[in-house]
Design a protein around this ligand. Sequence first.
Ligand code: HEM
Ligand code: HEM
Length: 142
Amino acid sequence: MYTGLKHFHSYVAYLALLLLAIAVLHAILSLVQKRPFTATSRKFTLFGLIAAHVQMLFGLFLYFVSPLGFSNMGKQAMGDSLQRLFVLEHPLMMLIGIVLITIGYSKAKRATEDARKFKLIAWCYGIGLLLILARVPWAVWP
Ligand code: HEM
Ligand code: HEM
């Protein structure tokens, strides 16, 4: 169970980072080139959101199954930078990033102007992705 979840979380991480990066680049390029918000734009935006949500849901499961997750919470883990990353910084920062991405998706869906949709996606997905990248455990992954 633990090993399976850990592998899944590790593989979906590639997909989530890639799809979020594509959504951000597409929004920025479309904004610069003043392109309309097409069905493809909607798909890029949605696929980034779905990958982030799947990663979040299984990350939450993993947090309560992994020996490096919630069960390791304590004073000793706080003193070690890699343990603190898994116990606190990684889950918290990922959740903040994904909440921001979800707010961007939701607001962009409701916006009526195409440029406004792209701006919301570029900013919310862009900052969300930067927050996520800042707390990926680069010391042990890929
Ligand atoms: C902890 C689990 C999850 C939470 C708390 C969550 C929360 C949310 C929230 C708040 C929205 C925004 C709705 C809006 O304003 O448009 C949303 C949208 C969405 N989520 Fe999740 N989600 C979770 C898991 C998942 C999973 C596992 C999937 C896919 C398999 C998923 C797929 C989607 C999709 C497709 C939308 C967009 C719906 C639309 O077009 O409005 N979510 N989710
Ligand atoms: C887009 C969001 C996320 C990305 C890109 C991501 C990425 C990763 C990566 C690359 C690893 C290392 C996997 C390995 O060692 O093979 C990892 C581990 C972990 N992640 Fe996430 N993660 C995300 C969200 C979350 C969330 C929301 C939680 C919990 C609330 C979470 C909890 C964990 C835990 C507990 C581990 C350590 C697992 C272990 O080695 O035992 N992650 N994550």
